[in-house]
Design a protein around this ligand. Structure first.
Ligand SMILES: [Cu+2]
Length: 278
């Protein structure tokens, strides 16, 4: 009875935690006790979440089916209840079924999977282009249409202001307009970095000597965070912060950014200060 009570208590807490977790996950950053993925802010991420949930149902059904078969074998065909086993080796109907059904399942999975892949990889006509260059250990964002570039360094723990998340907040965030296609070009200035924003459903390597591309269309204003892949000494400390604003605020930001970053010759110093090697 106690076990049952504990089990019920566990399920109830899980549901509550999951519910609030999902609600909190709308903030564009990971939350304590969060289960599942961050809430999507782009059509691509909505599709990724849908596909993930769909696969979960498929795999759950398959697992339960196999479990049921195993239980039947264990209960009905053990040596005590079935002392003289059948010597059957072939059954055409069963063999056709266990070949055709998995093929059908794979096709059912392949169709939405390829559709999602094409959706992710086909960049629509871009409204805004941002180039993100991964450096040791920060990002530089350049807006080629407006001809400016700036560095984005993580806010150190001692400098955090109220409301700024630890290990995620940066000094100069990337700013993009809402409901516009943002074309992201990535490259690395030294080692391979990775540009990822979970709420946008994007994650792409930034490789020295190469330009990779991805895109997103954020449908809600807000602040979204991501992190570089943990592939070297300080990749954990070069977070990505994207502020999605309305058109008016975006134009205003572009105007002031053009002035603010017009004479940005601080980069070599920043590299020296960030220092280190992979
Ligand atoms: Cu990195």
């Amino acid at each position: 009875m106690l076990v049952l009570k504990r089990l019920i208590a566990f399920i109830v807490t899980s549901v509550i935690v999951y519910g609030t977790g999902a609600a909190m996950a709308a903030t564009g950053q990971p939350e304590p006790w969060q289960l599942g993925m961050q809430k999507g802010a782009t059509p691509v991420m909505d599709d990724i979440i849908w596909f993930h949930d769909f696969l979960l149902w498929v795999t759950t059904a398959i697992t339960l089916f196999i479990l049921a078969l195993l239980l039947i074998v264990v209960v009905k065909f053990n040596s005590r209840s079935n002392p003289t086993p059948s010597r059957t080796t072939h059954n055409t109907t069963v063999e056709v079924i266990w070949t055709v059904v998995p093929v059908l399942i794979l096709v059912t999975i392949a169709v939405p999977s390829f559709r999602l892949l094409f959706f992710q990889l086909n960049t629509p006509k871009a409204d805004v282009t941002v180039k993100a260059t991964g450096k040791q250990w920060f990002w530089s964002y350049s807006y080629p249409d407006s001809k400016f570039e700036f560095d984005s360094l993580m806010v150190q723990e001692k400098d955090l202001k109220p409301g700024q998340p630890r290990l995620l907040a940066v000094d100069n965030e990337m700013v993009v307009p809402v409901n516009k296609v943002v074309h992201v070009l990535t490259t690395g200035a030294d080692v391979i970095h990775s540009f990822a924003v979970p709420a946008f459903g994007i994650k792409i390597d930034a490789i020295p000597g190469r330009i990779n591309e991805t895109w997103f269309k954020a449908e809600r204003e807000g602040i979204y965070y991501g992190q570089s892949e943990l592939c070297g000494k300080d990749h954990a400390f070069m977070p990505i912060m994207v502020r999605v604003v309305n058109d008016k605020d975006y134009t205003a930001w572009i105007e002031q950014a053009k002035k603010k970053y017009a004479t940005d010759d601080s980069r070599p110093t920043a590299i020296a200060a960030a220092g280190g090697s992979n």
